[in-house]
Design a protein around this ligand. Structure first.
Ligand code: NOJ
Length: 507
């Protein structure tokens, strides 16, 4: 039974992030494409995920790998065509997979016709669709750093950009911008997409006094600190729009503020985001003290609001969790048990089901101006190089691409891919894991242990962070349902955890 049996589907779902440039290459040009993704939907169905989120596939000059959009309602020829996207949505839906697109409301490309008009002259009707000033303030940009303002020779003013100069910020305080962006959402919702991951949505409202921010003096970019009441008003409008469509369409926001309490505010009174990303666990090292704190904060800050949490260990902007945990596959596998058993919706970043590490990028192979290429390497499908890709993939493969390839792991019972499949199947069997309460259990400080519980269904999860064995004694008999290293599954639980081992226990 699919997890989407539960209502709304996204609470019990597992979402898989597809980074289209690096997922699968059908035309052999070394860049992933939609046709490639369609041919690999079987992999995702066998893995057992419920939804795909696609990083941007829209026409773009690709200064920020597609997060610089010059047409919100089309597909870049690099990835295929609108017809390919329709085909993807149809084929995914046939398999019971939901499709989420990346909606990037904060900024366009500087090649978007709106910005070309806006910068043409000060009296252009679209001038105020973007944010122009005679004098810059001290706000700082992200990706390359430096000022968030760039001087425009033609019209003799500065424009605002929280990211690259090629990504001017839209002025959401202008009603025509709001209306135009609502049309974008209508376009995709009518085409059948099931929702959106919304890029840096906490950035759309801007402090209209444009005062200097003292935190920028300390080097903080605006993306980490911008937090304005108007963003909430924008979100309420987006939520009303999305909720007017049938089928529980969903808005998942990227709120990149490193405070779970602040992130909680973006759920509103159940009238803003359905779910928000929460970044502290994505930065966390392999450390039970730090991770325990992250989890307690989520339960304390989101729980009372009935705000449904999300869990993410890796994505296209950050080091893969295996690399963050010192390159240890054993730790990465134990962390997967945690990711898929906490209370909330887990997000798997493509390739973590293979145990990939970051690829090593040199000055010669570097593509991203922000230096985030490490986690963006192509997925190795076959054992033999070039691993199912055209002869020159756009980034080098991560280490051990042959032994970590899908083909190599496909039928190996002890592979990381097999572990992820078992974990996802286990979630499907258990309403406690999908929807149940979360309660921390007393344990050694190096062991994180919790109980998930829903009606008659119950699971215990215990994760040993230490490189030595630890006892986790229980008063009643339990059975090992899943072990991160595959050891002892189906056997009675011995009361001991091996080094860096995580277990799911059932009655
Ligand atoms: C967050 C995205 O995840 C990142 O890749 C991008 O550079 C910025 N937002 C700007 O769109």
């Amino acid at each position: 039974m699919p997890n989407s049996f539960h209502s709304p589907w996204w609470k019990s779902a597992v979402v898989y992030q597809v980074y289209p440039r690096s997922f699968a290459d059908a035309n052999g040009d070394g860049v992933g494409d939609l046709a490639g993704l369609i041919t690999r939907l079987d992999h995702l169905q066998r893995l057992g995920v419920d939804a795909l989120w696609l990083s941007p596939i829209y026409p773009s000059p690709m200064c920020d790998a597609g997060y610089d959009i010059c047409d919100y309602t089309d597909v870049d020829p690099l990835f295929g065509s609108l017809a390919d996207l329709d085909e993807l949505i149809a084929q995914a839906h046939e398999r019971g997979l939901k499709v989420l697109l990346d909606f990037v409301p904060n900024h366009t490309s500087d090649q978007h016709p709106w910005f070309i008009e806006s910068r043409a002259s000060r009296d252009n009707p679209r001038r105020d669709w973007y944010i122009w000033r005679d004098q810059p303030n001290n706000w700082r940009a992200s990706i390359e750093g430096g000022s968030a303002w760039t001087w425009d020779e033609t019209s003799q003013q500065y424009y605002l950009h929280f990211f690259l100069p090629q990504q001017p910020d839209l002025n959401w305080h202008h009603p025509q911008v709001v209306a135009a962006m609502h049309q974008v959402l209508h376009f995709w919702l009518a085409r059948g997409v099931d929702g959106f991951r919304v890029d840096v949505v906490h950035c759309v409202g801007k402090d209209q006094s444009f005062a200097d921010d003292p935190r920028c003096l300390a080097g903080e970019p605006m993306v980490k600190i911008n937090d304005q009441p108007y963003s909430h008003e924008v979100l309420r409008g987006l939520r009303r729009l999305v909720d007017s469509y049938p089928g529980d369409r969903v808005l998942i926001g990227e709120v990149n503020i490193r405070s779970t309490a602040r992130v909680a505010a973006y759920y509103g009174a159940s009238d803003e985001l359905h779910m928000s990303f929460n970044f502290p666990p994505l930065d966390a090292p392999w450390d039970p003290v730090v991770l325990r704190m992250c989890i307690r904060e989520v339960e304390a800050d989101l729980g009372p609001l009935q705000a449904w949490p999300t869990w993410v260990l890796s994505n296209h902007d950050n080091s893969r969790h295996r690399s963050r945990y010192g390159g240890s596959l054993r730790r990465a596998r134990a962390a997967a048990v945690m990711l898929l058993t906490l209370r909330g919706t887990p997000f798997i970043y493509q390739g973590e089901e293979l145990g990939l590490e970051d690829t090593v990028v040199t000055a010669r192979t570097r593509v991203d101006p922000g230096g985030r290429d490490g986690s963006r390497a192509p997925l190795p499908w076959t054992v033999q190089a070039p691993h199912g890709w055209g002869p020159t993939p756009w980034l080098p493969f991560a280490a051990d691409a042959d032994v970590l390839s899908v083909q190599a792991q496909e039928s190996a019972a002890d592979s990381t891919l097999a572990l992820y499949r078992r974990l996802l199947a286990c979630r499907r069997r258990s309403t406690a894991l999908c929807l149940g309460d979360w309660e921390e259990l007393p344990s050694h400080p190096q062991v994180l242990a919790y109980r998930r519980h829903h009606e008659a269904d119950e699971r215990l999860v215990c994760i040993n962070f230490a490189d030595s064995e630890h006892a986790f004694p229980l008063a009643t008999p339990w059975r090992v349902e899943i072990a991160s290293d595959g050891q002892g599954e189906g056997q009675p639980f011995s009361g001991r955890l091996d080094p860096e081992q995580a277990l799911i226990l059932c009655r």
